[in-house]
Design a protein around this ligand. Structure first.
Ligand SMILES: Nc1ncnc2c1ncn2[C@@H]1O[C@H](COP(=O)(O)OP(=O)(O)OP(=O)(O)O)[C@@H](O)[C@H]1O
Ligand SMILES: [Mg+2]
Length: 845
């Protein structure tokens, strides 16, 4: 087979070609490609992926870092040192630069790689014909020429032509913005516009009804969706954490620019050597910037993702981890979450509740012949059915979530019957008669009351019900419309048992204890929802139904969602409206669901959650995938999210209070002293050692109270902490200053050596106070990685300052009393910082 066939650009209207023509052009057949040929094509066309590959990303990262103005400044500084003949500084600045950039990129790369591998493990699969047999492959492996089978709930994996279809309808809103499903079939088409090509399917759209066989024509970036995906990706709104960190970064940047310019001008105005002043200002700017913040964020989040994977939660979007920890409200649908995924058919009964074989038989005909997504209800109906059927399928009105019913047309001998099954209200509203002893009786008020009574009796026992009704149709009438679904004769009910999971009660209690409010949003009947919720300890009895929601404005709904915890007979769009209402009320909201009907809500939530066995659209919309459909794994995920947030906050607090405070005092000291408090090179060294000391933060353990309630980014609290801790730090810097300058009468080199020691020791050691809101020895022990990095960095500092290399950095030997004084200042500072910390945190609580 030739791999040289032509695959044209995405704007080529492949839907003008005939199926046979396209098959020939793509060197394919209805029986699919061989695996060998597919492998060859994968080499030629690359994986069927929209995102850029990793190789570019690393280069991009390097590029971004080199473009960073501070790095550029550093490079300039190195150049200036080199040109002025100061090769010591030149090499050390370069070393500092390389180290920090490499550290950043390598750490981040590894972290993202790990996260990527996890994401890959839950990648969406497609059913594709290879070597004549349908196999489920990750969509990334698909190539032009592949034959793909699609059913309801599937995502279209790439662009291509419909070869064969039945009742096919697609949600193309992602491409066209059109909310109503588009009908598709394999008839030839001359439409100029892709949006009107009823025989073409496009990547990113999803099947909402029917099924199809398609021929892939364009994959990956060559699809229409590929062209617009980057624009969509840019549209993902930043999380509260990302926003907060960005705002903080901007604030620090402004302060840094202001401070360095101020220091530079002040130095130049007082006739200090220009070159040295510039280098000092540059080093100060470098010292002020929390340059490791992006790395710490990614590594902490990726580490969180790895730990969550062990708890059976796969994270697709890293920043959602924070949202999960911050989540105050979690909504979910009922089946599979609160109840066991396995629904069973208890019995089939007639309209009065008496066992009926006729209802069972017709329910089976309906379930067997329907081609939409097999729901758990259909599986249950067909479960013990081994015999074939003497009915023939003639047509179908497929299921949708607003009708909540579906009909099939079936023929046996002379009889042609429309068999409808669905939510009892939906079926009853389409019925005009009831079958009693083989005869149709008009459905009057008294009969309705008796049917309602039977229904309520069963619902109250926690059974789920589907109504079954029929209608005779003239033979030959196969072109069904929704009007045919009227004038039905009601037969009875299918009665399903869907018992609550044994451990759901525990999970509900655990999540509630974590401060997460739980709400059930179900398409099922109010009585069933209330029953299941009661059984797992979800207290509230108040139920809001879809019919009531339909009457409410968005504002009206927002006012209601606070108190109501149970929602019943809700359609997919209303699920989304409820989530939006909760978001509008300021709640960080999660939604867990598995069906096509859940996808819009999953998408709308801050944290969209789905489960491994869910439909493609639900999994594609989700930020996280649970490998077990179990609320218990979620509780651990929530704790992990909070741990992650706590560790990021540790770094932020360190950066803003300890590091920033030290740099600030130094800038001020430089205005008073006749010499520099630290040489530019020493500042850079200080910065590097401090960075190294913090590499362990993402691994650190977190106190229990950090995970018992939702945390969200609170800028005011961060600033308050900074100010309180900054004042303490400045007081002790001032003390150091006076002791060194006035007390010991230290000269420039001695002053710098002493100041460096005090500065680096306080800055590194304070992590052991800042990492916990408790008294340090009452807290959980720091992770060994943090102990090693911080004490290691401190030891390195001592070695450089007091060891044989000291002259290289401009340090001199210190008299022992001076070292003792610096140690005393450090201890006193740590003691005061500990006291101040409790004050700073209490204010911020
Ligand atoms: N295959 C089917 N045939 C007939 N009716 C169906 C079928 N699937 C669903 N329905 C009807 O539509 C209603 C809503 O569907 P479904 O139960 O899937 O919604 P949901 O919101 O996912 O509910 P849950 O909270 O139970 O998961 C069902 O209660 C049932 O009445
Ligand atoms: Mg469901």
């Amino acid at each position: 087979m030739q791999a040289s066939h032509e695959v044209k650009r995405a704007d080529h209207a492949f839907w003008h070609e005939t199926a046979d023509g396209l098959l020939t052009r793509l060197g394919s057949r209805l029986t699919g490609l061989t695996q060998e040929e597919a492998d060859r094509r994968l080499q030629t066309y690359g994986p069927n992926l929209i995102e850029a590959t990793h190789g570019e990303a690393v280069l991009l990262k390097l590029g971004k870092r080199l473009l960073n103005p501070l790095v550029a400044l550093l490079i300039a500084a190195a150049a200036i040192s080199g040109i002025s003949g100061d090769f010591g500084s030149f090499f050390i600045i370069l070393a500092v630069l390389t180290l920090s950039i490499t550290l950043d990129i390598v750490q981040e790369y590894h972290a993202e790689k790990a996260a990527e591998a996890l994401r890959h493990s839950v990648a969406v699969r497609a059913e594709v014909v290879r070597d004549r047999t349908p196999v489920a492959l990750p969509v990334s492996q698909l190539v032009p020429g592949d034959i793909v089978l699609l059913r309801i709930g599937d995502l279209v994996p790439a662009d291509g032509l419909v070869l064969d279809s039945e009742n096919l309808q697609l949600d193309e809103s992602i491409l066209t913005g059109e909310p109503f499903p588009a009908r598709k079939n394999n008839a030839p088409c001359a439409a100029k516009d892709a949006a009107d090509a009823q025989n073409a399917l496009f990547a990113g759209t999803s099947v909402v009804a029917g099924k199809a066989t398609m021929l892939l024509v364009e994959t990956g970036q060559r699809t229409r969706f590929g062209a617009i995906a980057s624009a969509l990706a840019a549209n993902v709104p930043p999380t509260a954490l990302e926003q907060g960190v960005r705002r903080l970064g901007l604030l620090i940047l402004r302060l840094t620019i202001f401070l360095t310019l101020f220091v530079l001008l002040a130095h130049l105005a007082s006739d200090r050597p220009a070159m040295q002043s510039i280098l000092f200002a540059v080093a100060l700017a470098v010292g002020l910037t929390p340059e490791l913040l992006p790395m710490v964020m990614t590594v902490t989040l990726a580490r969180g993702a790895q730990r969550m994977a062990r708890q059976k939660v796969i994270v697709k979007r890293l920043s959602a981890i924070h949202d999960l920890g911050a989540m105050g409200v979690l909504c979910f649908d009922k089946t599979g979450t609160l109840t066991q995924a396995k629904i069973s058919l208890a019995e089939c009964v007639d309209w009065q509740g008496i066992k009926s074989d006729q209802v069972l038989e017709l329910a089976r005909v309906n379930s067997r012949f329907q081609t939409g997504a097999r729901s758990g209800l259909d599986d249950a109906i067909l479960a013990d059915c081994i015999a074939g059927t003497d009915w023939t399928r003639r047509g179908e009105l497929p299921f949708d979530f607003s009708r909540r019913c579906l009909s099939v047309l079936a023929e046996r001998g002379q009889d042609t019957l429309l068999v409808t099954k669905g939510a009892p209200e939906a079926v009853l509203s389409r019925a005009v008669a009831v079958e009693i002893d083989g005869l149709a009786h008009p459905l009057d008020e008294s009969l309705r009351t008796r049917i309602d009574a039977a229904q309520q009796r069963l619902n109250a026992q926690g059974f789920r019900l589907l109504g079954v009704a029929v209608k005779s149709v003239p033979a030959g009438h196969t072109a069904l419309t929704l009007d045919d679904e009227r004038g039905l004769t009601f037969l009875g009910f299918c009665v399903f048992a869907d018992p609550p999971k044994p451990d759901a009660t525990k999970a509900v209690a655990e999540l509630s204890a974590l401060g997460v409010r739980l709400k059930v949003i179900s398409g099922d009947h109010a009585a069933v929802v209330r029953h299941v919720a009661g059984a797992v300890g979800l207290g509230s009895d108040n139920v809001l139904t879809g019919a009531e929601i339909a009457e409410l404005t968005d504002a009206g709904l927002a006012a209601k969602v606070e108190q109501i915890d149970l929602f019943a007979r809700v359609d997919p769009d209303q699920k989304k409206r409820i989530i939006e209402a909760l978001r509008k009320r300021g709640h960080v909201t999660g939604f867990l669901g598995d069906g096509i009907n859940d996808a819009p809500a999953i998408h709308a939530a801050h944290v969209g959650l789905s489960v491994e066995g869910a439909t493609d659209v639900a999994r594609a919309a989700a930020d996280m995938i649970l490998l077990a459909s179990d609320l218990n794994v979620l509780a651990e995920g929530v704790r992990e999210g909070r741990r992650t947030f706590a560790n990021i906050l540790k770094y932020v607090r360190m950066g803003t209070s300890s590091n920033f405070g030290n740099m600030l005092s130094m800038a001020l000291a430089s205005l008073v002293l006749p010499f520099l408090p630290l040489l530019p090179l020493q500042i850079l060294l200080n910065n590097l050692l401090y960075d190294l000391s913090e590499i362990g933060i993402p691994f650190d353990s977190v106190d229990a109270e950090e995970t018992t309630r939702p945390h969200i980014w609170d800028m005011a609290a961060v600033l308050r902490f900074t100010i309180v801790m900054g004042v303490v730090s400045s007081l002790f810097d001032a003390a150091t200053f006076l002791i060194l300058w006035k007390g010991f009468g230290a000269g420039a080199a001695e002053f710098q050596t002493g100041w460096f020691l005090e500065s680096i020791a306080t800055q590194i050691l304070v992590i052991f106070l800042i990492r916990t809101a408790r008294v340090p020895w009452r807290s959980r022990a720091p992770h060994i990685a943090l102990v090693v990095t911080s004490l290691g960095a401190l030891a390195a500092a001592f070695f450089v300052v007091l060891g044989p290399l000291q002259s290289l950095f401009g340090f001199v030997p210190l008299p022992w009393p001076l070292v003792g004084a610096m140690a005393a200042v450090t201890v006193a500072y740590l003691a005061s910082a500990e006291v101040a910390k409790h004050f700073a945190l209490k204010q911020g609580a």
